[in-house]
Design a protein around this ligand. Structure first.
Ligand SMILES: Cc1ncc(COP(=O)(O)O)c(C=O)c1O
Length: 417
């Protein structure tokens, strides 16, 4: 089945085992060690998984749940998990290579080996969130950091990166232009690139980033099983830029659940449909559009080729959403029908919701995906709205602060005692 905006994956097989080609990219290893590492950050705790029973009833589904990464670390996006973790992992390897005694993240954060960490410079290109995470990691461990931003990244996102002590270089052009500039300058200066996208000969560090994201997938599955009476989701909508988030989510759930894994629907903006086009081509391919989109975190014209063997075989469906689907999805989340909780989502965060609304509104698509009364759906709110406050206010009629205050008072009203 194929519509202009929805296509099945002809390579997907339910009985395909999670093999070595996938396991070298993402593995569902016991997350305890990862979580212990992240505990070096004092604010770290699992983000909530919200049930949306009123929406599920209206859409004729068994249940809808949203993993709310807007509440990650007080950072506001899942990207917090990747960059900080990757910077710490690189430093630990570097120290081992320099013959220094092993230390963990907490000791590094407390200043161990500062003579060496202070001499290192980390850099990346980013549409905003990943750069903020790398900046946070560099700050935590006392290193210098330089972030390359494309023209479209909001002033709020740039300010949040600078607030973490990083220098910012604005690059005229899109995300790919920022990646190219970062690579050139890093090669000249001997800086360490902490990219969330891979290229030929560069995949170890993007895999460190992915390892950090797997924490989200482990948490979400454990929470889902607890809330949904031990039944895993039947459908997971996951948004993709270069594909790191989708790879982590698909990888962990595929490895842990095998044939009982959900159907994975990879969602992209219409103009930044590099995964959609790669699925049609059967190999990594460029987006059909210019990636000019309000969904800044997803504004990529190229996939991360390293994760193609995982997403290219593991995703069941690929779909795109138009720009005008964003404000209505944001509104749906911020102004829900009671008793559903208010969720503050940014333009890239609400895309799973936009996709669910698009599919359930189309009888052919809905039937093809099997979104019926037994469907247990999981979405990921990958970011809050602090990076795009004006857009959020225009879409929802609420300021980000007013929405956050409403969220706090309604969650206090719901929690017993
Ligand atoms: C908020 C948000 N959601 C989703 C994504 C997509 O992640 P990936 O590029 O790993 O596919 C990004 C990437 O920057 C993002 O910032």
């Amino acid at each position: 089945m194929s519509l202009s905006w929805l296509a099945s994956n002809p390579r997907a097989r339910r009985n395909r085992p999670y093999g070595p080609a996938q396991r070298t990219i993402v593995t569902a290893e016991d997350p305890d060690a990862l979580v212990a590492t992240l505990d070096a950050c004092p604010m770290h705790r699992p983000t909530p998984l919200h049930a949306l029973p009123a929406l599920a009833r209206r859409l004729g589904l068994d249940s809808v749940y949203v993993k709310d990464e807007a509440q990650r670390f007080g950072f506001g996006a899942f990207k917090a998990l990747g960059g900080v973790f990757a910077v710490g992992s690189i430093l630990c390897r570097h120290l081992a290579g320099a013959g220094r005694p092993a230390v963990d993240f907490a000791e590094l954060a407390r200043g161990a080996h500062r003579d060496l960490t202070a001499s290192m410079v980390f850099t990346t290109a980013s549409s905003g969130n990943h750069g903020r995470s790398v900046a946070a990691g560099a700050k935590l461990f006392g290193s210098r950091c330089v972030i390359f931003l494309p023209g479209f990244t909001s002033a709020e996102k740039e300010a949040a990166i600078r607030a973490r002590g990083a220098e910012v270089v604005r690059v005229e052009g899109d995300y790919e232009a920022a990646v190219a500039r970062c690579r050139t300058v890093a090669a000249e200066q001997g800086w360490i690139i902490v990219s969330d996208t891979s290229w030929d000969g560069y995949s170890d560090i993007p895999r460190d980033v992915l390892r950090g994201y797997t924490v989200l997938a482990h948490e979400a599955l454990a929470q889902f099983l607890m809330l949904a009476e031990a039944s895993p989701p039947t459908h997971v909508f996951v948004q993709a830029g270069v594909g790191g988030l989708a790879a982590a989510v698909i990888g962990v759930l595929w490895e842990k659940l095998g044939e009982a894994r959900p159907r994975f629907i990879v969602v992209e903006p219409q103009s930044a449909d590099c995964w959609f086009q790669s699925n049609l081509a059967g190999r990594p391919a460029l987006a059909s559009g210019d990636a000019r989109t309000v969904m800044g975190g997803l504004a990529c014209r190229e996939i991360s080729p390293d994760v193609w063997p995982l997403i290219g075989l593991g995703a069941d469906w690929f779909m795109t959403i138009p720009e005008d689907a964003v404000p209505s999805a944001m509104r749906q989340m911020a102004r829900p029908e009671p008793p559903d909780p208010l969720i503050v989502a940014g333009p890239s965060g609400c895309t799973g919701m936009a996709a669910l609304l698009r599919v359930t509104d189309d009888a052919t698509a809905r039937t093809a995906l099997g979104l019926d009364g037994a469907a247990r759906v999981m979405l990921i709110n990958s970011e809050g709205a602090s990076g795009e406050p004006a857009f959020f206010e225009q879409a929802t009629g609420l300021t980000v602060e007013a929405a956050a205050a409403r969220m706090t008072s309604s969650s206090q009203a719901r929690s017993p005692g």
